[in-house]
Design a protein around this ligand. Structure first.
Ligand SMILES: [Fe+2]
Length: 189
C-alpha cells in the first residue's frame, strides 16, 4: 500500500511562496498550462463539512532547482527505469481531513515530503475496504511523511488523510497510470 524509498532528501524551499499562487476551482476552464496555479477540489468530511485538496500545476516555474533534483533523484533511485520530466511534478495541498476514497485520475504515485508534510496522517485500509474505517486498527495502517522522505503509494487502495494541524499540508507528487505493483517491483524488487 505504501513503501518508503528514501529519506533525508534535500528539499529545502521557501514554502511561503505557495500562499501567493492563485487558486481556481476544479470546474474552471481558466488556463492551467502556462502558469503556476492551484486547482482546488472540494470534498465532504465525515462531519458533513468541507475539506479541500488542491493540486499545484507547474511548480517547476517557481522551484526549478527542486523539481530538477526530484526527477534526478527518482531516476537514480529507480536505476533509470523512471525518467519523468520536471513538468510532470505537481504539489498537493490538503486542508482538513479527507474521507476514505481512491484516487480517480491515477493508479499509483510517488510522494515527496516537504516542510511540515508530517502535519497529516495518511491511512490505508489493509483489506481495501471502506468498512475498515469504522473499525479500529489492525485493519488500518498509516504514516506521516516527513520532510525529505519519499514514498510510493497505492492510491487505488482505499485511503484517507487526517490533518493534525490547522495549517495546510504540502507535498510534491508524481502520478502514474501503472499499478502500484509496477513501482514496488522497481523500488523493492
Ligand atoms: Fe487520495
Amino acid at each position: 500500500m505504501f513503501y518508503k524509498i528514501a529519506e533525508n532528501f534535500q528539499v529545502k524551499i521557501d514554502t511561503s511562496k505557495l500562499k501567493d499562487i492563485p487558486t481556481i476551482f476544479q470546474q474552471s476552464t481558466e488556463d492551467r498550462k502556462t502558469r503556476p496555479v492551484w486547482i482546488k477540489h472540494t470534498r465532504f468530511t465525515r462531519a458533513g463539512d468541507w475539506a479541500f485538496v488542491s493540486f499545484l500545476e507547474n511548480p517547476y516555474m517557481i522551484y526549478p532547482e527542486l523539481c530538477n533534483d526530484i526527477v534526478d533523484k527518482i531516476s537514480y533511485l529507480s536505476d533509470n527505469k523512471i525518467n519523468k520530466s520536471k513538468e510532470d511534478i505537481r504539489f498537493i495541498r490538503t486542508e482538513g481531513d479527507l474521507i476514505p476514497h481512491h484516487d480517480g485520475t491515477r493508479h499509483s504515485c510517488i510522494n515527496i515530503g516537504l516542510e511540515l508534510s508530517d502535519s497529516a496522517t495518511t491511512t490505508f485500509s489493509i483489506n481495501n475496504s471502506f468498512d475498515d474505517y469504522d473499525c479500529i486498527p489492525p485493519n488500518i495502517t498509516g504514516f506521516n511523511i516527513k520532510q525529505g522522505e519519499i514514498y510510493i503509494l497505492d492510491v487505488k487502495n482505499v485511503h484517507a488523510v487526517h490533518q493534525i494541524s490547522t495549517e495546510p499540508r504540502y507535498l510534491a507528487t508524481l502520478s502514474f497510470m501503472e499499478p502500484y505493483s509496477y513501482l514496488l517491483n522497481i523500488f523493492n524488487p
